[in-house]
Design a protein around this ligand. Sequence first.
Ligand SMILES: Cc1cc2nc3c(=O)[nH]c(=O)nc-3n(C[C@H](O)[C@H](O)[C@H](O)COP(=O)(O)OP(=O)(O)OC[C@H]3O[C@@H](n4cnc5c(N)ncnc54)[C@H](O)[C@@H]3O)c2cc1C
Length: 481
Amino acid sequence: MTTNNKPMTVAIIGGGFSGTMTAVQLMRKAKHPLKVILIERNERIAKGVAYGTLCPLHLLNVPAKDMSALPDDSQHFFKWAKEQDPSVTEATFVPRMRYGAYIEHILNETLSHKASTIEFRRLQGEVKSIQIANDGKSGCIHLSYGEQVVADRIVLALGNLAPANVRIRDPKFYATANYVRDSWSKAALPKLSADAPILLVGTGLTMIDKALELKLSGHKGTIYALSRHGYLPNVHIPGTVRLPVPFEPNKLPSTVLALTKQIRQLVKNVEASNEANWRQAVDSIRPVTQELWQLWNNTEKKRFIRHMRCIWDVHRHRIAPEVGAMIDTMIKAGQLKIIAARVIAIEEDGADITVTISPRGKNKEEVLNVKRVINCTGADSNVKTIDEPLVEHLRNTGLLCADTFGLGPTITNDWALVDKQGKASSVIYVVGPLLKGQLWESIAVPELRGQASQLADHLITSPLCHSEQREESAATKGSSS
Ligand SMILES: Cc1cc2nc3c(=O)[nH]c(=O)nc-3n(C[C@H](O)[C@H](O)[C@H](O)COP(=O)(O)OP(=O)(O)OC[C@H]3O[C@@H](n4cnc5c(N)ncnc54)[C@H](O)[C@@H]3O)c2cc1C
């Protein structure tokens, strides 16, 4: 086979939503021969951390009408979910595991309709390193079980990486069996007696997941959930009102203070008119959140991260009303205790764990006695310190460098990875939550579906493809004339 006829190979590392949908979009959009390799370390693809859950109490935190995986067909998920279960309405918060089945369905459908010139390969294994060819035009991916894969383009769709350990006096505890760092792993709950007190570090969405899982498993012991402010995610109130973006084009607030003032005023106005509530006001800036983030200078970004992040998170990332009601019941029954405090030390003595905390607004430290500590602080994206083998390798070889705020790697506007020397890669691209440093809002399906589509467009029209297409069409012309 000559170079001219060689299809472009795109290898995608990570088979969660972002990786799977990038593969789907590539296969749907490609007009020329293409080989797509989807690499996932876990057995199942299309699920990822969020939709691989087996707990039926884990619901989507976005209503069905907004969860289409296809940017050009907004009703796609709703229609699919309704076909599966006629009781689903646009406002239903569907179980997350069903969403995983939806993504799997899209992948299977794409595979059954793809052109014969499109090849798809799925590999199960962990990618530990990538070596870029001397000419900088391709990369060799090394998998944990020894296989090597050469690709013209490599997409990092690594998603939600395990949370960082919270800093404590002596980190020795983190090596013990009663500490669970990755709460999404299957090993978080087994071998725990039903009345054992537990500490969940974090009070956000991951904590909510774990508390519900404990409830479903019949756990009776006290569950302490702790974070510096003790804020819980707010609850959605179903409603169809969608407010327009509250800023005139080209007049986005250029400071955090200006944004805060304008949002406060907007909330006042909409609540006074009884037309909507603060939720719709917060949602109204969603279409321009990325633009706002990119407009702000580093001082404003820093200010937002320091002062507004935790407030933003609990207002922007809300939970389904059913989930809110279950959590409320657990709190009222005294089983779930929310604490605003800092963890100072965690020590283990036999099966007993002593957690020293510094409660917010008090001068005196307090102690919690528990049997297990589960880290629920959420995904870590600070590539400067992340200890995942692939990220460590990319960092150590200088292929990747952290962005200013530790939110992800530095990347270009078309999401190519930028190396330590500041040079954009022509091989490695990033999609998904690791784009947070560049976009801030890069977590949920409404953004990620667009990213998968945009990246696919970019990759199939990138210079490699162009030159090959040119060579190919020249060759085709030559042979037919
Ligand atoms: C618990 C939870 C619930 C959520 N709920 C919602 C929701 O209801 N609605 C919504 O819109 N968004 C939700 N989100 C946001 C979520 O981040 C996105 O919707 C989406 O699932 C992210 O997909 P991803 O593929 O980017 O990441 P992930 O789902 O994290 O997938 C990344 C995949 O990459 C694999 N991987 C990583 N490194 C390697 C490697 N070196 N080699 C091989 N494989 C590797 C991992 O095993 C993983 O399967 C939720 C997130 C979480 C964590």
